[in-house]
Design a binder for this molecule. Structure first.
Ligand code: PEP
Length: 250
C-alpha cells in the first residue's frame, strides 16, 4: 500500500519571516489534525536550513528545488547533493519544467542529478510532463515516457528505491488549468506501466505525484485516482491554510 505524499514547491518566493511563520503554522496544524499523508516542503535554497531546523522534530520533509549535476568544484552558483545532505534535506526536485525550459536542463543533466542524489541517499523527485503542443499533437505519453526512461535506463532498481515521480503537464503549471482526474490517472497508469518494465514490485510501490494548479477544491478527486499518490503543489503551497487543506485531502 503506497502512502500518499503532498509536496509544496515554493518556487522563488518567500523570505525568512514567511518561512519561519509558515513552518510554525504548518507544524501546529498537522500536529493538531489527523493527517495521514507524508508532507514535504521545497523552499528556495537560502531557507533550506531554516526549514530543516524547524521541522527537525516532526515528520515534515524538506526538499531542495534543484541540485547540481556535479559533486564539487568550480561551478559558481550551484548547490551540491552533499551540501543538501549536510543541511538535512531529505529530497530534491529535479527536471521541473521551469528548469527544463528556462535553464535548458536536459534529460542527461537530470540523470546526472539523480546520480548525485542517489550517492547521498537523497530522494529524487523527478518531474516529467508534456507541453500543450505535444499533447495536442498526440505525443504526450511518448514525451513523458522518454523523460522517465532517461532515468530508468541508467540506474538499477536498488539505486532508484526512493525515487518519486511527479507528472506535471506543463500546460497546467501555474495556469489555473488542472488536468482532469481521468487525464491525470491515464498518464499515471502509463508511467507505472513504463516503470514495470524495470521491475514489477518496485513499480507497484513507486510514488507518482500529480502537479499542475492543484488546489483544495481539485485535490480530493485527483488523489482518489488509483495511480495518483498525492500532489506536487506550487502556488497553493504558499498559503498555509490552503496547503494544509490539500494535505487533509490526501
Ligand atoms: C509546480 O511548480 O510544481 C506546480 C505544480 O505549480 P502550480 O501548482 O502553481 O501549478
Amino acid at each position: 500500500m503506497r502512502r500518499k505524499l503532498v509536496a509544496g514547491n515554493w518556487k522563488m518566493n518567500g523570505n525568512t519571516e514567511f518561512a519561519a511563520e509558515f513552518a510554525q503554522d504548518l507544524k501546529a496544524k498537522l500536529d493538531a489534525a489527523e493527517v495521514t499523508c507524508d508532507v514535504m516542503i521545497a523552499p528556495s535554497a537560502p531557507y533550506l536550513a531554516l526549514l530543516a531546523n524547524a521541522f527537525s522534530e516532526s515528520n515534515i520533509q524538506v526538499a531542495a528545488q534543484n541540485v547540481a549535476q556535479f559533486d564539487k568544484g568550480a561551478y559558481t552558483g550551484e548547490v551540491s547533493a552533499s551540501m543538501l545532505s549536510d543541511l538535512s534535506c531529505q529530497a530534491s526536485l529535479i527536471g521541473h519544467s521551469e528548469r527544463r525550459t528556462l535553464f535548458g536542463e536536459t534529460d542527461e543533466v537530470v540523470a546526472a542529478q539523480v546520480s548525485q542524489l542517489v550517492e547521498q541517499g537523497i530522494t529524487p523527485v523527478l518531474c516529467v510532463g508534456e507541453t500543450l503542443e505535444e499533447r495536442e499533437a498526440g505525443n504526450a505519453e511518448q514525451i513523458v515516457e522518454n523523460q522517465l526512461k532517461a532515468v530508468l535506463e541508467r540506474f538499477s532498481v536498488d539505486q532508484l528505491k526512493n525515487l518519486v515521480v511527479a507528472y506535471e503537464p506543463v500546460w497546467a503549471i501555474g495556469t489555473g488549468l488542472t488536468a482532469t482526474p481521468d487525464q491525470a490517472q491515464e498518464m499515471h497508469a502509463h508511467l507505472r506501466s513504463v516503470a514495470r518494465e524495470l521491475d514489477e514490485q518496485w513499480a507497484d510501490s513507486l510514488t507518482i505525484l500529480y502537479g499542475g494548479s492543484v488546489n483544495s477544491k481539485t485535490a480530493k478527486e485527483l488523489f482518489a485516482q488509483p495511480d495518483i499518490d498525492g500532489g506536487l503543489v506550487g502556488g497553493a503551497s504558499l498559503k498555509v491554510d490552503e496547503f494544509f487543506e490539500i494535505c487533509q485531502s490526501a
